[in-house]
Design a protein around this ligand. Structure first.
Ligand SMILES: [Zn+2]
Length: 438
């Protein structure tokens, strides 16, 4: 009798302590119920307004809390009725969009699952205030800065931007206990000493240059440990720690200084996965953190786990590498030299042409590309310019053995290339160029 009771009690206690939704279940929940159906990078202000209307129809309170330089609305949604004040904002840099749909999805899914115990727990423990798309003008144009040309994330003290003033006022009037500052980092940011892309990077933002550890920062370290553990099930090796140098004019640093210890989440790249996948990773991270706060499980994590997340690194990988090219110098009759050519592309909205630039030429045996091609069977010449670092990467490929007059002023029409690489993709003949498996 007694042991059966003990067993039952253990089962109950286990059920109370066990995560009510594991990360895989959260990802499935997102798959079934996410509402933003466009890639983050093509979302416009009109789309955000539509999502705001949809939230209101679900009964979520959303207020217009300010206007951008071009008079576009800035919204804040509120969800939950608990005492813990949690503030989240996205897209203060207009061309850093991934978190915006993830926030709309999060609010919708929380609201639609209020009958679930774990959601009730979040709802009763905390109040969320969420500002998706703080920089609507930048989002509309897909540019980093606001329409005054100011980086809002360097305006925390000057407050010259209306967007920055809105953010400051929302913080000061509500004094949130935790902030989530949501950005995108470079697609080619890597993790530690590896050539793996940092798909997600975290930073517990300190409030002073001396990195004074407060209970709030320690709690945030435990929350990052929880998010890291959850995301490790999906993207092991692709999680980094963002650089923590003190930036006296940045909002994250100042939120922390003003009394709202802030967690920075930077979404990077994950080659071969689309934007939705990274929005899903954001969703899983947010819910994991909120749940860990709500059920108290964050206390089980060690702040030192955070320190073991490898730091971000850069300049370790390129987007494309063409290996073993014989580079022809335009205008020179025969002079040529074998080399690897590295090309990176600029970040653009999904579907738009992405200008590619040559970033390195030479022996690149010690670095890797997200995509690599063996072009040792080709002579390569720049379409408009010499192939050297910094030039436009429009590349013409001619199979070796073809008779080509490299000095021809009508090269491309007189001698049609076997393959053309332009604007970050193969325009012609790419299927014949051997791909190197990484
Ligand atoms: Zn940013």
């Amino acid at each position: 009798m007694r042991s059966a009771f003990a067993l039952a009690l253990t089962a109950v206690l286990f059920a109370m302590n066990a995560p009510s939704q594991n990360p895989a279940e959260l990802a499935e929940l997102w798959e079934r119920e996410h509402v933003v159906k466009k890639p983050a990078s093509i979302l416009r202000v009109k789309d955000a307004i539509d999502e705001v209307e949809a939230l209101r129809k679900l009964g979520i309170r959303v207020n217009e809390v300010g206007r951008s330089v071009a008079d576009r609305p800035i919204f804040q949604a509120e969800w939950g009725r608990g005492p813990l004040r949690v503030f989240m904002w996205s897209q203060m840099h207009g061309d850093e969009p991934t978190a915006t749909p993830a926030l709309f999805d999060m609010l919708t899914i929380l609201q639609n699952n209020r009958d679930k115990e774990w959601v009730k727990q979040i709802e009763e423990k905390m109040t969320l205030r969420v500002v998706p798309m703080l920089n609507p003008d930048g989002a509309e144009l897909f540019i980093r800065r606001n329409l005054q040309g100011i980086d809002i994330n360097r305006d925390a003290l000057d407050l010259k931007t209306p967007e920055g003033r809105v953010l400051k006022a929302l913080r000061d009037s509500w004094q949130p206990e935790i902030g989530f500052n949501l950005h995108n980092q470079n697609y080619l940011t890597t993790v530690g000493a590896t050539d793996k892309q940092a798909a997600i990077s975290f930073l517990v933002v300190f409030g002073d240059e001396a990195k004074t550890l407060t209970p709030g920062h320690e709690r945030n370290m435990r929350l990052v440990a929880a998010m890291n553990q959850a995301l490790n099930q999906f993207i092991p090796g692709h999680i980094g720690r963002y650089g923590d140098e003190w930036t006296p004019t940045a909002f994250g640093d100042n939120f922390s200084a003003w009394g709202t210890p802030t967690i920075l989440i930077e979404t990077g790249g994950l080659h071969g996965r689309d934007e939705f996948y990274l929005a899903k990773m954001n969703f899983v991270a947010y819910i994991t953190a909120l749940r860990a706060l709500a059920d108290g499980s964050e206390a089980r994590y060690s702040p030192s786990t955070y320190e073991f997340i490898p730091r971000n690194s850069s300049r370790r990988i390129f987007y494309f590498i063409f290996r073993g090219a014989t580079v022809i110098e335009r205008g020179q009759p025969v002079v040529s030299k074998p080399a690897d050519i590295a090309v990176n592309v600029e970040r653009r909205r999904a579907g738009l042409a992405t200008p590619g630039f040559v970033r390195s030429v030479g022996d690149l045996g010690s670095v890797t590309g997200l995509e690599e091609f063996d072009v040792s069977g080709y002579n390569v010449i720049g379409r408009f310019n010499l192939i050297k670092s910094g030039t436009f990467a429009d590349l013409l490929f001619y199979k070796k053995g073809r008779q080509v007059n490299w000095t021809s002023p009508e090269l491309e029409t007189e001698f049609p290339p076997d393959a053309i690489f332009s604007l970050g993709r193969w325009l012609k003949g790419g299927e014949d160029v051997p791909k190197i498996k990484r």
